[in-house]
Design a protein. Sequence first.
Length: 561
Amino acid sequence: MPTATATATTDHYDFCIIGSGPAGLATLSALRESYTLGDGIHLNDLNIQRNQIILNRETKNNHHQRNKRICVIDPHPNWMDGWKNNFDRLSIKFLRSPVLAHPDAFDPNSLLAYAYTHHRQHELQESDCSHSKKLQSLGESQIGLWDLPSTSLFNDFCVDLSKRLQHDYICGNVVDIKDYSNIKDNVDNGEALPFQLTIDKKGKTRKITANAVILALGTIGNPIIPRGLKLVPNSKVCHWQQLDVHKDKIQYCKNVLVVGGGLTAIQTAQFALANSKNTTTKVILCSRRHIQEKAFDVANSWFDRRHTNRHISNFYHSSVEERLRILKDARNGGSVPSMYMNAIQPYIKSGHLEIIEGVSVTINQQGEFNNKPSSSSVNTCNSSAEFEFDLILLATGVEPDCNVHPLIQQVQKRYPIDTVGGFPCITEDLQFPCRAKLCVVGSLSSLNTGPDAANLMGIKRSANIVANTLDCRSWLRNEGGNNEDYDDDDEKGTKNGRRSRGGGGGVLTNQFRHLQWSDDESSDSDSSSSSSSSSSSSSSCSSDSDQDEEQDCHRDLPVVD
């Protein structure tokens, strides 16, 4: 174990991010970038000038943002490996989220620019939003920001972004987080103690310390198994995340049942048909709900910047219980983009795929589940049909429960936190109530971010909140006129003696807690007023691996981290 001195010089970090998915990358970008172009923070001329002065000036204490030490910890050896594995498992070629949704906190157009710079604009595909009359008036529609990037384009962009952001990458599992009390300076200064993290990699442990820890763990919970299928042996049923394990079995199945009603269910059915070597294979997809065709898994108004502020403000001013209801209602069950529904029409016409909607699935108790096909009956209100299947594939989503994660279980012992609907009840600035500088982003922040928390745009918004919480953009604040102006001609940043009197670029950790619209405001008023302030909030859009849906929609959280 390193000594206190060694830890402070070699194994001590300012920020530690746990998770190397899109949420971890968005957090790294937010912590590294000193401000955001476009929709994150409005900068006036004074703050743009101030930023250039501060960035170009060598400070005596060398504590500027760009000199902060940041580490990222993940059990996978490379950035985005877990995310990429999920997409590869289902052979997903295009994201469901548009090209404006990405982890880069600085430039909202950077993914689109990356595609054109690398001559890969052919990897952008039109989405349903491109033809929406309500969205055509927005600038995003004019330059193609509603187009969908290919999986390979998005992944390459993220890898490129990670290389441009200074950090240390540590491969391993964080098994414990606790206060590190051997550095007396922190106690004397009245500051929060740093954290000590224990990292395990194949039985070898390593300890590091960090002033702040950000949990970017992705969607946490248990796969939902419909009650009627709980008696089926494990050899006959598998969750979509286990498809690679059962790939050989799927190749020779004659009859396959897919349970689910959203995008992942459609993708799972496509996977089963594409990987079958049996020319007579038939897949039956059963959904308890009628399949909804939507471009994204939340209403368009959630990511339309003319209305996003109102939605988010109303969300922040609701009780925790009401927020949980909003999470469910905004998703309104699973949904499927029309391009996927069009893609499966040839399978339906050829008889290889059949979709049965508005039904529940139960297992016929007759017979033994040995080497024979298991018998399942599909019951509706008016009639019942009985089918025999070789394999049952579940695309029924995940029941949120952060406490099933081993690290959260360990953290709960030292920093107890209440949960509602499986999500932690964090503060408005996304910290644990009982421990400052222990933050969450992505799906774990759902109760304080909104229905798009696990989606790419929601991830970016929560990452920006955490960056403000950790004072990464404190230079933007005007603290009661205490920030000084700088002369245009003074390249070294000498002060001109004038004090700023409010206005101009102040940053609020959570700006929406200071805003509230009256119930009688019209939508016209909302549209006109939000057009000037809409970019103070990120727009919300669909997750790319929206994991379905048969159950209540809040249970269907995407795996994007």
